[in-house]
Structures are given as structure tokens and as C-alpha cells.
Design a protein around this ligand. Structure first.
Ligand code: NAP
Length: 292
């Protein structure tokens, strides 16, 4: 599929998890299409490498990397402040597109400094906090958009909100699937609550990245390396991110979940309004955010 062409000149795009895989490919493509890119990564060195990589492809491109460990809530709030300062320094008023892409797969259970299971903290709560912190900047954009990278794996999974922050027993795959279901529930609830923006979720398909090989060595590293060989390159899902960022009139009558630039029906549970409402309230409680 050829990359759809949109003029993103003058648009500001924030991309989390922009140091590898889908996020790095997206940051590179958006910079090449003249957007001002604010990439977010947890490692200063990988941030510098990513920024350098993009500037070799697009010399003098508008790209800035900010460091934040999205597993730590205080750092996500601080990231919101850093993004606001970056906008002011560059005489920019709005965030046109926020791409909540950062994600982890944890074979073993880890609790964050906030005592929250890591997968849920990074894959859902960080997106919830960052979106909240940037809502005024998104609301004031001409057509503010929040795109959250979910997965086909949101299907066929239980979601126990009472236990999601500290699940017991812990199964890495169930934690991951639950977090990807939260991405779609969050997207649908965001559309209901924030009428000035458009929110979308993306199923990127199977993509050849190292996502499940980054924790401690284990069986999931091996399984993922075998399985992901059949995946596409990260540039393939970037086309959908690009479409959702640049297309003026998106037909969202069928779904807010997209794959290959086409709407895709999510699971029934992902469109359960009551569950979405409860997840929102629980996310507020866990982050201390008051967001009605
Ligand atoms: N690959 C697939 O087949 C697939 C399928 C469905 C959905 N997805 C989703 O696609 C998204 C991107 O994943 P990917 O496959 O491109 O994997 P990836 O290459 O591992 O990218 C994940 C990104 O998130 C960053 N990240 C992880 N933990 C972080 C933290 N605590 N703070 C800040 N950044 C953090 C990583 O940083 P480092 O570079 O420092 O590790 C990396 O930049 C994820 O949301 C994933 O769930 C992927």
C-alpha cells in the first residue's frame, strides 16, 4: 500500500515510544512529511540516537526528543510540563496529534514505583495521564487527534478492574491483552467526553519489533522472536497512523479502531460503555486526576 500523502507542515505531533519499532518509524515518517515531531523515550542515549537517525533522513527537520519513564506517574506529569515548555520555546500553540504508542510486554510481574503493575501502567495509565495533560493543547488545535496503538490481542480477554493494578495470579499475556483492551475502551470514552477532539485506536497487525524481547530472558522472548518473523515492517502500521493524522474526513460511523487505513470492528467488550466508564473512573482514582 503506498503511503497516503498529507501535508503535515505546521502540525505538531507528539509520539511516545519513539525510540524503536513503530514509534521510531512513525517519528521518521512524520518528520519527513514536515510535521514538528516531539518524540518521547525513556533513555537519553536512545533518544539522541533516534533524533540523529531522523535528522540524517531529514536534515533540518523539526524534531525534539524528551526523556520520560512512562512507568512513573510523576515523570508522565513532568513530561506534560516539558512538552508545554517545548511548545512555548518553539512558538507553537497546539498539539495537533498525540500518538500514544509506547508499550511493554512483561513476562513476569513488576510493580512500578507507584505500586501498579507495569504493563497496565505503561500501556494504559501513561496514555491516560499524558492525554489529560495535553487536552487543552489538543482542544485548541484545528482538528486535535489522539491516536492510541492497541492490538488485535484486545479480543477474548477478561478484564477485572478490581485487580488490574495488581493482578494475582499474574500472566504476562493476559496483562498485555487487558491493557490493549483498555486502549480501545479509553479511546471510545475519550470520544464521548471530549467533543473537541477525535480519538482513534490502531491495530498495527503483527509487526517485526523487539517488544517482547526487552524484559528478562524467558520463554516469551523466544516465542516472540519466532512469531514476529512473520510480521510486517514497522512502516506498514505507520501508514494507518499517518492516515488518521492527516485525513480530513474520516468515516468513523462504523468504528474508531483502524487497521490498514480501514475501520475495524472491535470486540463487543471494547465497546461496552459501562466498562469504559468504570475504567475511566478507576484510572482517575489511580492517578489522582479529576477528569469528568
Ligand atoms: N509489534 C507488534 O506486532 C505489535 C502488535 C500489536 C500492537 N503493538 C503495539 O505497538 C506499540 C509499539 O510497540 P513496538 O512493537 O513498536 O515495540 P517496541 O519497538 O518495543 O516499541 C515500544 C516503545 O515504547 C518504549 N517504552 C517502553 N517502556 C517505556 C517506558 N517505561 N517509558 C517510556 N517509553 C517506554 C520503548 O522504549 P525503548 O526503545 O527504550 O525500549 C519503545 O520506544 C505498543 O503499544 C505495542 O503494544 C505492537
Amino acid at each position: 500500500m503506498p503511503t497516503p500523502k498529507y501535508n503535515l507542515s505546521g502540525k505538531t505531533v507528539v509520539i511516545t515510544g519513539a525510540t524503536s519499532g513503530i514509534g521510531l518509524a512513525a517519528a521518521t515518517e512524520f518528520a519527513q512529511q514536515e510535521a514538528f515531531v516531539i518524540g518521547v523515550g525513556r533513555s537519553e542515549i536512545r533518544n539522541q540516537q533516534a533524533e540523529h537517525f531522523i535528522l540524517t533522513k531529514k536534515p533540518k527537520g523539526g524534531v525534539v526528543y524528551l526523556q520520560a519513564d512512562l512507568a512513573q506517574q510523576e515523570e508522565v506529569f513532568e513530561l506534560g510540563r516539558k512538552i508545554n515548555s517545548t511548545l512555548s520555546r518553539n512558538q507553537l500553540k497546539h498539539v495537533d496529534i498525540l500518538i500514544n504508542n509506547a508499550g511493554v510486554y512483561q513476562e513476569k510481574k513488576h510493580l512500578t514505583v507507584d505500586k501498579i503493575e507495569m504493563t497496565f501502567a505503561v500501556n494504559h495509565l501513561a496514555a491516560f495521564i499524558l492525554t489529560h495533560e495535553l487536552i487543552p493543547r489538543l482542544n485548541s488545535a484545528e482538528s486535535g487527534r489522539v491516536i492510541t496503538v492497541s492490538s488485535k490481542s484486545h479480543r477474548n480477554t477478561p478484564l477485572n478492574l478490581e485487580r488490574i493494578a495488581n493482578p494475582w495470579p499474574y500472566f504476562g499475556l493476559l496483562a498485555y491483552k487487558g491493557s490493549k483492551l483498555c486502549n480501545i475502551l479509553f479511546t471510545n470514552e475519550l470520544n464521548r467526553r471530549c467533543p473537541l477532539i477525535e480519538a482513534y485506536a490502531v491495530d498495527p497487525g503483527l509487526v517485526k519489533t523487539a517488544i517482547a524481547s526487552k524484559g528478562e530472558p524467558g520463554i516469551s522472548d523466544w516465542v516472540w522472536r519466532m512469531h514476529s518473523k512473520k510480521g510486517t515492517s514497522p512502516e506498514v502500521p505507520v501508514q494507518t497512523l499517518f492516515f488518521l493524522a492527516g485525513e480530513k474526513q474520516i468515516d468513523k460511523s462504523k468504528s474508531h479502531l483502524f487497521r490498514d487505513c480501514q475501520p475495524l470492528l472491535p470486540s463487543r467488550k471494547a465497546t461496552d460503555m459501562e466498562l469504559g466508564h468504570k475504567l475511566w473512573a478507576h484510572s482517575c482514582q489511580l492517578t489522582g486526576i479529576s477528569w469528568v
